[in-house]
Design a binder for this molecule. Structure first.
Ligand code: AHM
Ligand code: MG
Length: 347
């Protein structure tokens, strides 16, 4: 059995002139993941469920576990000093680490410390999403927001941790997608999926269909395409929606499927944040042979304008994402559609 640390070290040895900074950084993320795993697992027993009392920048109430996970990932990255600054869903502004070692850090990290927090109370899988970029500002100077405003294709590494029926850490530094399952008894992440491949075509679609009447025409028609009875193409597909991006993505990545959070009449750019939700998952999707799009453009080519910017997301099996894009492009104007609430009759 290969441990996460052994695997990361082996990968480092394959890169000539690697300094080990990224290796140390990934190790630190693994440690923070273990701490969050520990507390997520006994969440019902400790006083860690419920709301913290604060709001994040998007006006969402912060749960105690959101704040806890944010603290532990921030501390792990700060102590490691390979990272000069972080951007997080839970912080309005970037956090610049001002100790002298961190100023010399080559990297910045964008995080969603606890994604899917609406599921915490009900014991449904949640996750942590992380992404790492090489900073643009001078090493030795303070990092700034521009260090984060890079298209996803510039990413050095990304990953997620899923706290599910088992806890897994899935990451890529650009070559393939690898997953490690946490063995509680020895306290180690062990390699369980070496070179994960996302099936080109799957049989699952995941979307919050409660928003149906507000969806662009392209999404409505794609949903109907998924529901057509045609056994030769395995349709109708199954509908599965956890409401936790990491879980929905992880399932679809393993067995094939598409996850969608499109723009809608109420939220033209959807809900998910480009920098620390869509882009890292898009990086991982592509490294596993899948695809990620906003319906019109490759997610990894979108230039972020601000750290909390949102983006529509279509992600998963390549052929399914391509089909959804085709429906979007044939039936919906770019991003902003005027959609009627047609056919809604209250009884
Ligand atoms: P969060 O970061 O506040 O937890 O929100 C992101 C989550 C995603 O994990 C999930 O895909 C989505 O919100 C679900 O949203 P909705 O409840 O609108 O379907
Ligand atoms: Mg989130």
């Amino acid at each position: 059995m290969k441990t996460l640390i052994e695997f990361i070290n082996e990968k480092q040895a394959e890169v000539p002139f690697a300094t080990g900074d990224l290796t140390r950084l990934l190790n630190d993320i693994g440690i923070a993941a273990k701490i969050v795993h520990r507390d997520v697992n006994k969440a019902g027993l400790t006083n860690i469920l419920g709301y913290e009392g604060g709001m994040n920048v998007q006006g969402e109430e912060q749960k105690k576990l959101d704040v806890f996970a944010n603290k532990h990932f921030t501390e792990a990255l700060q102590h490691g000093s390979q990272v000069a600054a972080i951007a997080s869903e839970e912080n309005d502004k970037i956090v610049v680490f001002d100790n002298p070692n961190s100023k010399n850090g080559k990297y910045v990290a964008a995080l969603d410390p606890l994604d899917g927090s609406s599921n915490i109370e009900v014991n449904v899988p949640i996750g942590t999403i992380f992404s790492i970029y090489r900073r643009k500002s001078e090493i030795g100077e303070e990092a700034d927001e521009n260090d984060f405003l890079q298209p996803g294709r510039e990413m050095v590494a990304a990953g997620y941790v899923i706290y599910g029926s088992s806890t897994m850490l899935v990451y890529s530094t650009g070559n393939g997608l690898n997953a490690f399952t946490y063995d509680n008894s020895v306290g180690l992440f062990l390699l369980s999926h070496n070179g994960m491949k996302i099936p080109e075509q799957g049989g699952i679609y995941s979307i919050n269909e409660a928003n149906y009447i507000y969806f662009p025409e392209g999404v409505k028609r794609y949903i109907k395409h998924c529901q057509v009875d045609d056994p030769t193409t395995k349709r109708p597909y199954k509908s599965r929606y956890v409401g936790s991006l990491v879980s929905d993505f992880h399932r679809n990545a393993l067995v094939g499927g598409i996850f969608m959070y499109p723009g809608n009449l109420k939220k033209p750019l959807g809900k998910l944040r480009l920098l620390y939700e869509c882009a890292p998952m898009a990086f991982l999707a592509e490294k596993g042979g899948g695809k990620a799009s906003d319906g019109f453009h490759r997610i990894l080519d979108i230039q972020p304008q601000s750290i909390h910017q949102r983006s529509p997301l279509f992600i998963g099996s390549k052929k399914m994402v391509e089909k959804a894009e085709k429906y979007m492009q044939d039936y919906s104007g770019e991003f902003h559609d005027t959609i009627e609430n047609e056919g809604v009759v209250e009884v």
